[in-house]
Design a binder for this molecule. Structure first.
Ligand SMILES: C=CC1=C(C)c2cc3[nH]c(cc4nc(cc5[nH]c(cc1n2)c(C)c5CCC(=O)O)C(CCC(=O)O)=C4C)c(C)c3C=C
Ligand SMILES: [Fe+2]
Ligand SMILES: [Fe+2]
Length: 343
């Protein structure tokens, strides 16, 4: 029997430093997130970052936490319930980090007699620290504990026409009541080094975008390329004026150079250029989370206004929108009946 395994990033069990610490430990000790030799990662994560970050992150999580729990988890659960209602096969939800593990979700499917799984990393774009780590972890769990289950993976869907239609509609709705001067597409950042590491040709990706007009297999795994593609396709679909749109990258950790331009610098630049009314969209995330609700909707607003901006709006992620649920259900049915995957 076929079944589906939806996987999102995960959250701590509660917004306290006590629960944030083990969650961040699992997250940041992932070799695809902090990709330095293990001994160095240990010193960096356990000896330095985890000494102070859990307290700071817990404070941020407290600002966005809902009565039902972490927004990312609650939204993902609601999404799974709604997708289940539109399909007739078992659907489980797991998280890459934290207590709702991928292994438990596999077990749920196995208990229902599933022996063929569609793995759905809930990320539109490929990055080794998001999509790839989900796939690697799921395949590890499958090989170790569920060797008789066959796994097929949904590809990154950053340029899929149906996804672009749904994303564009959600953005168009957000633009309706807001006379904007500028629309900022802010994606989660990654270290520039990750782009080079994910380039199978080892020479295509140049980080500055000069490579992106040349067709290459490298684009299948180039996070930067894929983010700009999503922006371009939405801009085209909505007919947004080119001079009123830009793309940036948020949420960097200190240290190496991350993808530029940095979102927080963009807030300042746009405000200083006289853009008074700013819309921010965050398409790297399918569900709202700490990085959108706190960093963008709260902190971003403050940064923009402090720099002279006047009106600021964050458009929510796709979350549990009916058209997004219907699209996921249609991808699942296509795979279930004809083994077709979205391109
Ligand atoms: C080296 C560090 C990090 C990389 C690389 C990274 C990539 C990455 N992350 C997401 C999605 C999310 N990240 C979230 C939180 C978060 N991310 C990092 C670090 C890296 N992420 C940290 C330390 C945290 C925790 C919060 C904090 O302390 O600031 C979240 C939110 C989780 C939630 O519970 O709401 C998401 C979602 C992507 C898509 C990505 C690569 C493209
Ligand atoms: Fe992150
Ligand atoms: Fe490129």
């Amino acid at each position: 029997m076929k079944g589906v395994l939806l996987v999102n990033l995960g959250s701590p069990d509660s917004p306290t430093a006590k629960d944030v610490k083990p969650y961040l430990d699992e997250f940041l000790m992932d070799e695809r997130v902090i990709d330095v030799p293990k001994i160095l990662r240990n010193i960096l994560v356990r000896g330095i970052i985890l000494q102070t970050r859990p307290k700071r992150s817990a404070k941020a999580y407290k600002k966005i936490w809902w009565e039902e729990g972490s927004p990312l988890i609650v939204i993902s659960e609601h999404f799974a319930v709604k997708v289940r209602a539109q399909t007739d096969l078992p659907i489980a939800l797991g998280m890459r980090y934290g207590s709702m593990s991928i292994r438990k979700a596999f077990q749920e499917l196995a208990d229902q007699g599933v022996d063929e799984v569609l793995l759905v990393p809930l990320y539109p774009h490929y990055a080794m620290s998001s999509y790839e780590t989900v796939v690697v972890k799921a395949l590890e769990e499958q090989q170790k504990h569920f060797p008789s289950i066959k796994v097929t993976t949904l590809p990154a869907f950053y340029h899929n026409p149906d996804y672009i239609r749904v994303l564009s509609r959600s953005i168009a709705e957000g633009l309706e009541d807001f006379d904007y001067d500028h629309v900022l597409f802010s994606y989660h950042g990654i270290p520039e080094r990750h782009i080079r590491k994910s380039d199978p040709t080892r020479f295509h990706c140049k980080i500055d975008g000069s490579c992106c007009k040349v067709n290459s297999v490298a684009h299948h795994t180039c996070y930067r390329h894929q983010c700009y593609k999503t922006t371009d396709l939405v801009v085209e679909a909505l007919g947004l004026p080119q001079d009123k749109v830009s793309t940036s990258f948020q949420s960097r950790l200190a240290g190496d150079p991350w993808l530029k331009p940095y979102t927080d610098y963009e807030f300042e630049r746009l405000a200083k250029e006289g853009k008074k009314r700013l819309i921010v969209v965050t398409p790297a995330f399918v569900s709202d989370c700490l990085e959108t609700l706190e960093e963008i909707a709260m902190e971003g607003k403050e940064q923009f206004e402090e720099a002279g901006g006047e009106h600021y709006k964050h458009i929510p992620c796709l979350n549990e929108r009916d058209d997004w649920v219907a699209l996921m259900a249609s991808w699942i049915r296509d795979w279930q009946t004809e083994h077709i995957l979205p391109v």
